[in-house]
Write a new protein. Structure first.
Ligand code: OAD
Length: 236
């Protein structure tokens, strides 16, 4: 069980593993998305310029899978933690699904973007809610400026969103918990190394992540089983 004192500030980093028990495939490992798709063909600026229909086909498939999924006990445990800790909790997810919000979390930073938002690839019009499935042979939708509408996703080679807020929260945290992330994708993989000289650092997932040596504690198990028990004293 986690002990959190009134002076503590908790930073949570979630990855694909937190949504695995909701039926959304992870990226690496058996059944992972990157076993069936090549990143450079569907998730990079080059892919978008080469074949935007294929990119939309990939994200439309993912929109369909994510809209059929429901939050699991790990998402609910983190929403209850927000009720208990309020602004002493910072949740940063690498996930683009909306399962944290659907479980009741009100304040989640999506560093890799959001699956149900789109934006123009040319102008500064802000990202907007979009649940459409753009499957071939549909035309790629256009912005008023003439640019093409693309998924609001941080692709490989692009800079993740909200890094200033994220690094400010890392600077303040005294407890850092990573859940269901393989610890190989930067910059998220290095967050723990930024804080482990002064914060308690904890990993939760069924297997050790690649950066396991930088954590002070590792709790092996599925997020949906470990997290509710872990936070029980804080959120009875
Ligand atoms: P990965 O697919 O790399 O890793 C998923 C992790 O979840 C693995 O370490 C699994 O052991 C763990 N896992 C599996 N089932 C779990 C469960 N029930 N409970 C807890 N953990 C479980 O996914 P990420 O680390 O999130 O980026 O990947 C990081 C980024 O790489 C993604 O955001 C995505 C991807 O390419 C972009 O698309 C930009």
């Amino acid at each position: 069980m986690l002990a959190v004192y009134p002076s503590d500030r908790v930073f949570i980093l979630t990855g694909a593993g937190v949504s695995a028990e909701s039926g959304i495939p992870t990226f690496r490992g058996v059944g992972g998305l990157w076993r069936n798709y090549r990143i450079e063909e569907v998730a990079s600026p080059e892919a978008w310029h080469r074949d935007p229909r294929l990119v939309w086909e990939f994200y439309s498939m993912r929109r369909q899978a994510a809209s059929a999924a429901k939050p699991n006990p790990a998402h609910f445990a983190l929403a209850k933690l927000e009720d208990a800790l309020q602004d002493r909790l910072f949740v940063c997810t690498q996930n683009v699904d909306s399962l944290h919000e659907r479980a009741g979390s009100g304040n989640v930073v999506h560093m890799h973007g959001e699956l149900f938002k789109s934006r123009c690839d040319t102008c500064d019009r802000p990202p907007f809610d979009d649940t459409n499935l753009y499957e071939p042979p549909a035309e790629i939708p256009r912005c008023e400026c003439g640019g093409r509408i693309r998924p609001h996703i941080c692709w490989f080679g692009e800079v993740p969103f909200e890094l200033d807020r994220i690094y400010a929260a890392l600077d303040e945290c005294t407890v850092f918990i990573a859940v269901g992330t393989s610890g190989v994708v930067e910059p998220a993989a290095s967050f723990v190394a930024q804080v482990n000289d002064r914060a308690r650092t904890i990993y939760v997932g069924p297997e050790n992540p690649a950066n396991v040596s930088t954590f002070t504690e590792c709790h092996l198990g599925k997020a949906g089983e470990v997290l509710p028990a872990f936070f029980r004293r804080l959120c009875p």
